[in-house]
Design a binder for this molecule. Structure first.
Ligand SMILES: Nc1ncnc2c1ncn2[C@@H]1O[C@H](COP(=O)(O)OP(=O)(O)O)[C@@H](O)[C@H]1O
Ligand SMILES: [Mg+2]
Length: 359
């Protein structure tokens, strides 16, 4: 049974003059014990969607089921109980700044009705879990970003939730700190069996920890599935744009006009299998030359996708057949237009900038 099920969930905001359909008829299920991710560009509706899971946002349509039970309209004690079962962390940490780390966690225990005589022990246990035993009496302002996020994870886990929702939990952190937080979340998922729903616009985060992923755009889930499958063979333009932006087409655009005649081809292959044997075989068989312009291997979880951009040229009327043979032996094949290549490069830069600025 799915631990979370959203059935045809919609959220519409009414502002003075404007109606915003932030989430439109989204259905998805999250299995017990998995790390389920939601990716998409800024404004796609990710935060609104995830906030319906613990009813921080009430759906204007559809049904939210937790452990098979319809919770869409719960209130009072039932709502408090639900919130206890679903921890939540944000990009902005949301710690109470004028009390200590220990007190921040105690407040959560108090709110969750945890037996008072066990607070001290539980606080110590939680801080040990996140590796901050010695910060119990520190104030949040004295902590680094990564430490603050660890405290907010400890606080979110205070009442032993079954589910942890993470909204851009690593987006304010640098790369190294992000690695540490992801490792901690993985540990929490595997060792404590807590189901995690994680939103991010960062594909490098997504590919590391998501078991399954949903891609959102304009309030709609446009694509979902196993993380490797979705990212290795993106179908929807939004997924393609996310993957493209992340992987980049690293042929410097200024190089493009100076390249000799020939066809620029992007080859994708699964696994770490090298393409050199194929390339030299094709080059030999058809008398073409194949120059590697860019090579990249990306890991999605434990699986790899290789991307190779090559220039295929020469041959004595055999170029077409050489390309056919390449195409038949790889998992992804795309001929790149030189002008589009330069343009794509520029667009990718612009998109990357705006997304990274997102707070
Ligand atoms: N409380 C709100 N009132 C009005 N509009 C909102 C509110 N929250 C979000 N929105 C709008 O809903 C859309 C989706 O927002 P959000 O869920 O925050 O997207 P994401 O998390 O993917 O960046 C945006 O157009 C945003 O402006
Ligand atoms: Mg958001």
């Amino acid at each position: 049974m799915s631990v979370i099920e959203l059935r045809d969930v919609s959220v519409t905001f009414h502002e003075r003059k404007r109606t915003v359909e932030a989430v439109k008829h989204v259905s998805l299920t999250v299995d017990k014990g998995e790390i389920f991710g939601i990716v998409g560009f800024s404004g796609a509706g990710k935060s609104t969607l995830v906030r319906t899971i613990n009813l921080l946002e009430r759906p204007t349509g559809g049904t939210v089921l937790i452990d098979g039970k319809d919770v869409t309209n719960v209130s009072g004690a039932e709502l408090r109980d639900l919130r206890k079962r679903i921890g939540f962390i944000f990009q902005g940490f949301n710690l109470i700044t004028n009390v200590t780390v220990g007190k921040n966690i105690e407040f959560a225990l108090k709110a969750g009705g945890y037996p008072k005589e066990q607070w001290a022990e539980r606080v110590r246990e939680l801080l040990a879990l996140v590796g901050l035993e010695n910060k119990i009496d520190s104030y949040p302002s004295s902590l680094s970003g990564g430490q603050k996020q660890r405290v907010s994870i400890a606080r979110a886990l205070a009442n032993k939730p079954e589910i942890l929702l993470c909204d851009e939990a690593t987006s304010a952190l640098d790369l190294e700190t992000t690695e540490g937080i992801l490792e901690l979340l993985r540990h929490i998922n595997k060792e404590l069996g807590i189901t995690i729903v994680f939103i991010t616009h960062q594909l490098d985060v997504a590919k590391q920890i998501f078991d399954r992923v949903a891609v959102m755009e304009n309030g709609i889930v446009v694509e979902q599935g196993d993380t490797f499958d979705v990212f290795s063979a993106p179908k929807h333009p939004t997924t393609k744009a996310l993957v493209e932006r992340y992987l980049g087409i690293a042929v410097p655009p200024q190089l493009v006009p100076s390249l000799p005649e020939g066809t620029i081809v992007e080859l994708r292959y699964k696994g770490e299998s090298a393409l050199e044997p194929l390339i030299s075989a094709v080059a030999q068989r058809y008398g073409v030359s194949i120059d590697v312009l860019h090579a990249n291997v990306e890991y999605f979880g434990a699986q790899a996708i290789g991307i190779l951009i090559v220039l295929v040229s020469g041959g004595d009327g055999t170029l077409g057949r050489a390309l056919e043979e390449l195409k038949a032996n790889v998992f992804g094949y795309r001929e790149l237009d030189r002008a589009a290549l330069a343009a794509a490069r520029e667009n990718a830069g612009v998109a990357g900038e705006s997304a990274d600025k997102e707070a």
